[in-house]
Write a protein that binds this ligand. Structure first.
Ligand SMILES: Cc1cc2nc3c(=O)[nH]c(=O)nc-3n(C[C@H](O)[C@H](O)[C@H](O)COP(=O)(O)OP(=O)(O)OC[C@H]3O[C@@H](n4cnc5c(N)ncnc54)[C@H](O)[C@@H]3O)c2cc1C
Length: 471
């Protein structure tokens, strides 16, 4: 529990002890070094007192033993790309970063598994799997810089959810360290295991609040032999989304099915300068993968559906470089949006797919009512909207309107039987809204789980729950 006996700032003696335990080269204490670990993708910030850089599980054990004894908060951190403040050391203390635990320990081609340390960059694992003719499907748009540990802790989703599922669907087993230094293993290297409670599922998406992952075993699948990408642009975004839903209803099973509204395409056009995006009002980016004959047939049907919806233009790409160029349009969105305003609040509500058209209309209505600049894109196959409110934080009136719109957006999602977060988690930014989705009994039970794992609330305190105090 964060109390007056908790130490967000380390004394010189505590710093010296941490350096003795780990080796001084693994402890960063200079202000300019610590600054780098003070914020994440949410742009919230708070300076840690020290940064520990373990190189092996035993360093994590030592750090968590020491911190528990000294009542120092510890903040696990991957690449710091969280969009919800989940990696920000809000109470100071020690940031535990896995930059030096970034080894792919083993790719087991016979059993289709990968054993990795938590700091492995997602894209590096994807590339390593491809070299074995295998495939690691989870694909957050941040794959080129986020880490597997961060993906597991955030329960990351991304571009391939409809056909392949999300990060959590690929976690077979976890080696974890609890606050206090206890080393535990959950799950198994097998393709299935129902021995006892499914603690692996509990830890996926736990946002670094229950335990620290020191090693992760993931499932791989065979590399799809053929991939084709289709980009289709439309004269209005509702039609684009309607077409995406028709593709799934057909039923086709794209490996990715991304939607961008008129503002999103406009940002991408201004950022990438690609002429075929000029004056476009809605866009779909679709991947099919599998055996060639099926991919070609599915792509043909999808193209027909786009044409029937009066798609203005379509581009097909069947070789890697061309596909990457099309996907760069989607991956450029995050920086591209800042052309509209200096601040962004990106919410990732998820709703049943059948309600998506109605929800898009309601988001547009809400945005107009609050007079906000709003950019919407979606993992359309998953019902997962990214609703970006672009504003200027210095403009108090506008910031207040964004706050009100965010609350209404969450209420809207729940009214449509959806959820506050499809993939980014709760962190600090959504903690005040948790009661919109869960009642007090459910939240109390979640807090009790936290208290069992971390009785003193020292591991990533200040996240998920609005108040850091455990009842
Ligand atoms: C441009 C951009 C695009 C994005 N696109 C997507 C997307 O498509 N889909 C999606 O789901 N998210 C997306 N995100 C959000 C973010 O990238 C993901 O949440 C990602 O999983 C975070 O990984 P990270 O390594 O940066 O972790 P961090 O941000 O450092 O940490 C995230 C959480 O994991 C915890 N953590 C990290 N390592 C460990 C560990 N070893 N043990 C225990 N806890 C740990 C942290 O305490 C924190 O709670 C995007 C972000 C950006 C900036």
């Amino acid at each position: 529990m964060i109390t007056s006996s908790t130490h967000p700032i380390l004394t010189p003696q505590q710093i010296a002890e941490l350096q003795r335990l780990l080796g001084s080269e693994k402890v960063l204490i200079l202000p300019e070094e610590r600054l780098v670990y003070s914020y994440d993708g949410s742009k919230q910030r708070s300076l840690p007192a020290a940064v520990a850089m373990p190189t092996a599980t035993e360093d994590i054990v030592k750090t968590l033993q020491f911190a528990a004894e000294q009542k120092i908060p510890v903040y696990p951190r991957g690449a710091g790309t969280s969009l919800t403040g989940a990696a920000v050391p809000v109470y100071g203390g020690i940031v535990l970063t896995f930059t030096k635990m970034n080894r792919i320990v083993r790719i087991d081609a016979d059993n289709l598994t990968a054993t990795v340390e938590p700091g492995v960059i997602t894209e590096e694992l994807k590339q390593a799997a491809l070299r074995h003719n295998l495939y690691y499907p989870p694909d957050p748009a941040s794959a080129e810089f986020s880490t597997i540990g961060g993906n597991v802790a955030a329960g990351a989703g991304g571009l391939r959810g409809l056909k392949y599922g999300v990060t959590g669907d690929y976690v077979l087993s976890l080696e974890v360290v609890r606050m206090g230094g206890e080393l535990l293993h959950f799950g198994a290297e097998t393709m299935k295991s129902v021995t006892g409670y499914d603690v692996v599922k509990l830890l996926v998406g736990s946002e670094g609040t229950l335990a620290v992952f020191s090693q992760i075993i993931l499932r791989l699948v065979p590399r799809p032999p053929c991939v084709t990408t289709i980009l289709a642009v439309f004269d209005d975004d509702v039609t684009a989304l309607e077409t995406a839903l028709k593709i799934v209803q057909k039923p086709l099973m794209p490996a990715a099915l991304e939607f961008m509204d008129a503002s999103a395409v406009d940002c991408a056009y201004r950022f990438t300068k690609k002429p075929f995006l000029n004056n476009v009002k809605g866009l779909l980016l679709i991947d099919f993968d599998g055996v060639r004959s099926q991919v070609e047939e599915d792509a043909r049907v999808a193209r027909e559906l786009c044409l029937a919806a009066n798609a203005r233009h379509m581009i097909d790409a069947s070789v890697d470089q061309e596909q990457k160029a099309l996907w760069d349009i989607r991956r450029s969105l995050s920086p591209a949006l800042y052309q509209l305003a200096p601040s962004k609040i990106n919410q990732d509500i998820c709703v049943p797919r059948s309600t998506m058209l109605q929800v898009l209309r309601e988001i547009k209505e809400l945005s107009a009512r609050y007079q906000l600049t709003t950019v919407v894109f979606a993992h359309a196959g998953d019902g997962n909207f990214h609703v970006n409110f672009m504003f200027d934080e210095a403009n108090r009136d506008e910031a207040n309107r964004v706050d009100a719109a965010v609350r209404e957006l969450f209420t809207l999602a729940i009214q449509h039987h959806g959820t506050l977060s499809g993939e980014h988690g709760i962190g600090t930014t959504k903690a005040p809204y948790l009661p919109i989705e869960y009642g007090k009994n459910e939240i109390a039970l979640m807090r009790q789980l936290k208290a069992v794992w971390d009785p003193d609330n020292l591991l990533n305190p200040g996240k998920i729950f609005f108040s850091s105090d455990i009842p």
